[in-house]
Design a binder for this molecule. Structure first.
Ligand code: FE2
Ligand code: FE2
Length: 270
């Protein structure tokens, strides 16, 4: 799939202090927490794939370069998002970020080699691409505002580069068994950290002890139509013998989204 270098900017200030996701305090806090995870998380993804840039062919090393350009732009925009969010809401960005950093530290340990780091990244890229596709299909967020626009742009690029780290992992003979083991561990860590940050935000906003928040949380985690269960088939496909992100989730037409963000392109296709 073609990765495109875009240079977007979003007017978030008016909306970040509100419940910008479906006017739902839990969903808004969940996505705001996810945003806090990105700067350090995406840096890890970039480092882990860049470590193999000299071990793959020219075409693949160009894909790594484009992957890193897209992730670096996500990081740049999420740093702005996080700063604005924390200024508006009075959150302590370092304290919230440290919850994710503690989980990431395990992956930076000397006991974990470059190939395992790439396996972790490949697993997480499957999650971000599946979640991104679900968002582009309108399954998670129904609101229309600049914050949602930013998430949709990020989702589009996650789907565009969904196969890069997997292709590199396969090219350097990464083991399927390791990839599947780390998926379970890394995803559990991610859900645990994100839920902790979400709860901290809701408590600070005095939204935690509310029936509407509990209802939304319950729906998200446990209902058939909630985000977790409705995306379970995508998650499970990662464990299929013939799993290949290149062949996965191609029922989604990205054309309208590519059109929507076309004006932000820097250099088409390169
Ligand atoms: Fe990203
Ligand atoms: Fe990504």
């Amino acid at each position: 799939m073609t990765m495109i270098k875009r240079n977007p900017s979003f007017e978030l200030k008016k909306h970040l202090s509100s419940n910008w996701a479906n006017d739902d305090a839990f969903l808004t806090a969940f996505f705001n927490a996810l945003s806090i995870s990105f700067p350090k998380g995406e840096k890890f993804f970039m480092n882990s794939v860049r470590a193999f840039k000299d071990e793959v062919n020219t075409e693949m090393s160009e894909e790594i370069r484009m992957f890193c350009i897209q992730e670096a732009t996500h990081t740049r925009e999420h740093i702005k998002y996080n700063k604005l969010l924390c200024d508006l809401k009075g959150y302590d960005v370092d304290q919230l970020e440290s919850i994710f950093v503690k989980k990431l530290e395990k992956s930076y340990s000397p006991k974990v080699d470059n190939k395992i780091r790439l396996a972790i990244t490949t697993a997480m890229e499957h999650i971000t691409a599946s979640m991104g596709a679900s968002m582009l299909k309108g399954n998670l967020i129904k609101s229309d505002n600049p914050v949602v626009d930013m998430w949709m742009w990020h989702s589009l690029e996650e789907v565009e580069h969904k196969s890069v780290t997997y292709d590199v992992y396969k090219a350097v003979n990464g083991s399927n068994r390791i990839m599947r083991i780390v998926m379970k561990l890394a995803l559990m860590d991610m859900i645990h950290a994100n839920t902790r940050v979400t709860i901290k935000m809701l408590r600070q906003d005095k939204q935690f002890w509310k029936l509407s928040t509990f209802k939304s949380m319950f729906k998200f985690f446990f209902s058939k139509k909630g985000a977790l269960r409705s995306n379970y088939a995508d998650y499970k496909s990662f464990f299929d013998e013939d799993f290949d992100p290149n062949a996965h989730g191609n029922d989604l037409d990205l054309t309208p989204w590519k059109e929507k963000y076309r004006f932000n392109e820097l250099i088409p296709n390169k």
